[in-house]
Each structure stands twice: as C-alpha cells, then as structure tokens.
Design a protein around this ligand. Sequence first.
Ligand code: SAM
Length: 286
Amino acid sequence: MGSTRARTPKNFVLDERLERYRDAIEYIPAAYAGNWAQACWPLDPHADSTSPRSFREVRLDLGCGKGSYLVAAAQAEPDALFIGIDMQPVCIAYASQRVIEAGIKNALLIPGSGEKLSHMFAPGELASITLNFPTPHPRKREAAQRLTTVEHLLDYRKLLAPGGTVVLRTDSEPLFDYSLPQFEGAGYTVQWTSHDTRADHPSIPMSEYEERLVEEGATVHGICARLDEEPSGQQLQAAREQSLNSLYDYIPEDLYEGAYIPHGMNFAITAFRNRRRNLEARNSRQ
Ligand SMILES: C[S@@+](CC[C@H](N)C(=O)[O-])C[C@H]1O[C@@H](n2cnc3c(N)ncnc32)[C@H](O)[C@@H]1O
C-alpha cells in the first residue's frame, strides 16, 4: 500500500482546478454555521408558498477524499445536504469536480481539518457524520489524530442533532477494535457493527478507498453509533486511558500471515515478522 497522499497526473494544476470547480467549494464555512440547510437550498423561480425552503438535514463526510462516496450519497438522498471536508486541497479539487460534473445541487466541499468543526457548524446542526476509511495513525505518538478518539467523538456530540449518528468504515480490524470502546466511552449507543459492510449494508455507496482496498483483499469493518446520554465520569476516564493506545496492540498473534494487512501497517508488520523470525532462529541455535 502506497502513501495516503492523493496522486495527481502530470498536467494537473491544483489552483486552476480549484478555481474551475469553485462553485462547489466553500472557503468561509464559519459564515454558514447554523444556516447550512437554508443557505444552500437552491433558488427555484417556480416555488410557491408550499414549496420547501430548506434541506431536510445536513450530513457530513469527514475526510471525504476524492468524493465518490459523497456524490453517490447525495444522489441517493436529494433532499439532504451533503458536506465533504478534507485537509488535502487536491482531494477538494477532485471532489468538487465530481460534484459539478454530476450536476448535483445538494453537495459541497470545505477544505480544512476535522479539528475545526465547531467553527463550521452550530450545535445540533448535523444529522450524521461519516468516517470512511479514516487515516488510521497506528502509532501511539499520533494516536490523538485518529478521528475516532474519545475526544473527537465528544466534539462530534456537540454538533449532532438528537439521535444523530456517526458511521465508521475501515479495512482495519485494529482500528475497529480500538474505536468500539471509544464510542461507548463517549456516550454513544452502538446500533450495528459489521465485519463485512458490503454484504451487510449493500446500499452504502462505495468510496475510492473501499474500491481500492477491497481489490487488494480487504473486507470492510463498520460501526454505526447513535448519540445517547452524556457519558459518566467513569466511562470517560476508561475511554481516555485507552485512547492513546497504539493500534499495534490490537494486531493478531499470527501477524496476518497469509492474510490481508490493513492499510498503513505493512511496514510495521514486516518489521514484527522479521523480529519474530530472528528471535526464533536465535532460540533454535541455543
Ligand atoms: C484514507 S483517505 C479516505 C478517503 C475517503 N474517505 C475514502 O474512503 O475513499 C483519508 C482522507 O482523510 C483525510 N483526512 C485525514 N485526517 C483529516 C482531518 N483531520 N480532517 C480532514 N481530513 C482528514 C485525508 O486527507 C484523506 O483524504
């Protein structure tokens, strides 16, 4: 598995692309906080007093990548507004191109980081947050950046409407195993879990990463968690203690021998296997 940086063809000029698809990009999201559903509703010259004036709800695709999931989800639910956020401008360029070329009016992109959501949305404004194949950040020292830490999940709580959901999908069983107690510790109720979301939830649109990683042999693990009551101090404390764990603590004893290795773990697994082989060789010589 290569890097998580989106690749671009030789003749790709980022600024030119961002300018060309600018109509699908919002650079000052704070201006719309609390008002996305109304402000983005397209003007209809034939509207009358009974016509809707706002999207039914707002859904966030956090770390949307190149936008194929965003566009397909928006096409499936035309009365909801879909907002994709990604920190890589090149992803925003591809995703905005997809939105414009699909001719849809219910999706847009925000370039930026998931760390700043409270500047972009008002409390209770989001019906759902989707995390498709979030960067796993397996090492302990980067654990705080995982989008499913209890601290991130507490941030999402403030922005979700009552009954709002967070859906995680990942090729990484270690990230799944790590995230499940984080959701519970942050006061979410798990609605479903799956170790093959394509089979169990076939209506969920494909993302680019799903397509690519499934071709490489991955199955997709998923968690859908619904906002519930505030967690107790005890629940929170347990989740915080676990939140900076390395994902290497969750890898199986056989080190994925003969099986698919989750995205971002190839290098470490090879190192672990070499270390084990060296140890075995040394032990057999004694
Ligand atoms: C592995 S890719 C998955 C892309 C897409 N969701 C998919 O499934 O095809 C992870 C994406 O999340 C973005 N990302 C990672 N951390 C982020 C953050 N804190 N805020 C916004 N985007 C982030 C990366 O730039 C990258 O495009």
